[in-house]
Design a protein around this ligand. Structure first.
Ligand code: PLP
Length: 452
């Protein structure tokens, strides 16, 4: 029988004699040899449910008086190992995994917000997140104000008496904005609200927002955590420092009618929010991570440090190649000397500015299409964070309904190209980009000939 002691991170049990490094924890945190079989790899517990030894044990589990497996919509040992590992790497007290990044975010918000609450968020968020906040949560009467993430006074000015959450991304999309996490956390805490950070683009290897004051960290594990473009998943980690009993979050602090009057924060202390997130929100929304996906994400985490080093190295090489190329108008990568985000990169991302960034190609939409269609090694698709290099041209895909003026409003030009730099040989990536840029140049030249 799987004993919940096995879920306790062996690294944290260590009696302060030795602190294990990030790379060691990426391989060991949250997992021990299987107590029943000795299997060293993480077993996939492909089961919906777990036999109770007796009726009292079942009752104690359902009352949350004891921690034990009941039903795989809310807990599974393979998924639990993944949750423990991500929480450990992010420096949080606990984590809850979900079927996708967007499911993780919506559950994190559901757990703390009520109708009439207000959220202030960066306007440079992942598109799906903006839509979720703007439309899905609007239906639940949660109001949203989006602000320029670089402008601290805009964050401050957007705060209202009913503001219950500040929300941003470590590295924004597609502008590559780096958030001043510590400053925005200061603003949030000044009004007794938590700061939630989507750390997908940095991964815990490059940045740990909790160290800078973030209260909740969310990930689309689909991206760098999985790292191979195989599975959709998400995870929420809580720092365990926020005081949910400050009078502003009755939905977390007060006795819950959805869990026979249990007061989560009072009963579980620093684990109150994550316990509610799992046993109420995940139970009711039902977007659970499958054990097989958790297994794949655990494999991804084992090589996260190595992969991120190479991702960043290649991204730096590609950005430097593009910068100053005659067909390129601008490159938005925090690793470049001229980036306005250099000071923030130094502070928050000392290991590198990530591997997803955009650049502007000369020649507009047609040049963008020619560029994309010529590439061989770079896959044209809507994802990031794969071992394989990926590319997308927003003006002809995700943003194709927009006019050039509307694109400008979204911070995108007709020639904006977004790259997710993979792990291939750098020379080969540049070779392929050169071919694409040459094709784009031919489009521009033929247009000039027509005019002449
Ligand atoms: C992909 C992504 C999401 C959404 O995650 P899914 O796993 O696709 O639901 C959220 N935030 C960021 C930054 C992402 O890249």
């Amino acid at each position: 029988m799987f004993d919940d002691d096995d879920l306790i991170d062996p690294v944290q049990e260590d009696e302060g004699l030795h602190t294990f490094g990030f790379d060691t924890r990426a391989i060991h945190a949250g997992q021990r040899p299987d107590p029943t079989t000795g299997a060293r790899a993480l077993p996939i517990y492909q089961t919906t449910s777990y036999v109770f030894e007796n009726a009292d044990m079942a009752a104690a589990y359902f009352n949350l008086q004891e921690y034990g497996n009941t039903y795989a919509r809310i807990m599974n040992p393979t998924v639990a190992a993944f949750e423990e590992r991500v929480a450990n790497l992010e420096g949080g007290v606990g984590g809850v995994a979900f079927a996708s990044g967007l499911a993780a975010q919506s559950a994190a918000l559901f757990t703390m917000l009520m109708p009439g609450d207000h959220v202030v968020a960066s306007r440079a968020l992942y598109g799906g997140t903006t839509t979720q906040l703007k439309h899905l949560f609007r239906k639940l009467s949660v109001e949203l104000t989006v602000v320029d993430p670089d402008d601290l006074s805009a964050w401050r000015a957007a705060i209202r008496p009913n503001t219950k959450l500040l929300y941003g991304e470590t590295i924004g999309n597609p502008g590559g904005n780096v958030l001043d996490i510590e400053a925005v956390a200061g603003l949030a805490h000044g009004i007794g609200a938590p700061l939630m950070i989507d750390n997908t683009f940095a991964s815990p290897y490059l940045c740990r927002p909790i160290e800078w004051g973030a209260d909740i960290v969310v990930h689309s594990a689909t991206k760098f955590i999985g790292g191979h473009g195989t599975s959709i998943g998400g995870v929420v980690v809580e720092a365990g420092k926020f005081n949910w009993s400050n009078g502003r979050y009755p939905v977390v602090a007060d006795p819950s009618p959805a869990y026979h009057g249990l007061a989560f924060h009072e009963t579980f202390g620093v684990y109150g929010y994550v316990t509610k997130l799992r046993t109420e929100t995940l139970r009711d929304l039902g977007a659970a991570m499958s054990p097989f996906n958790a297994f794949l994400f655990m494999l991804g985490l084992e090589t996260l440090p190595l992969r991120m080093q190479r991702h960043v190295e290649n991204a730096q090489g590609v950005a430097e190649f593009l910068y100053g190329h005659p067909m390129v108008e601008g490159v938005r990568y925090g690793g470049l000397a001229g980036s306005p985000y250099r000071p923030l990169v130094k502070k928050y991302l000392p290991g590198g500015a990530g591997a997803v960034f955009s650049f502007d190609l000369r020649g507009g939409r047609e040049a963008g299409v020619a560029f994309i269609e010529t590439l061989q090694l770079w896959s044209h698709l809507a994802n990031v964070g794969d071992a394989k290099s990926l590319v997308i041209h927003p003006a002809s895909t995700t943003h194709r309904q927009l006019t050039d003026e509307e694109l400008a409003g979204a911070g995108i030009s007709a020639g904006t190209i977004r790259l997710s730099v993979g792990l291939e040989t750098l020379d080969d990536l540049i070779w392929d980009l050169e071919r694409g840029l040459a094709a784009a140049r031919r489009v521009v030249e033929s247009r000039q000939e027509v005019r002449a």
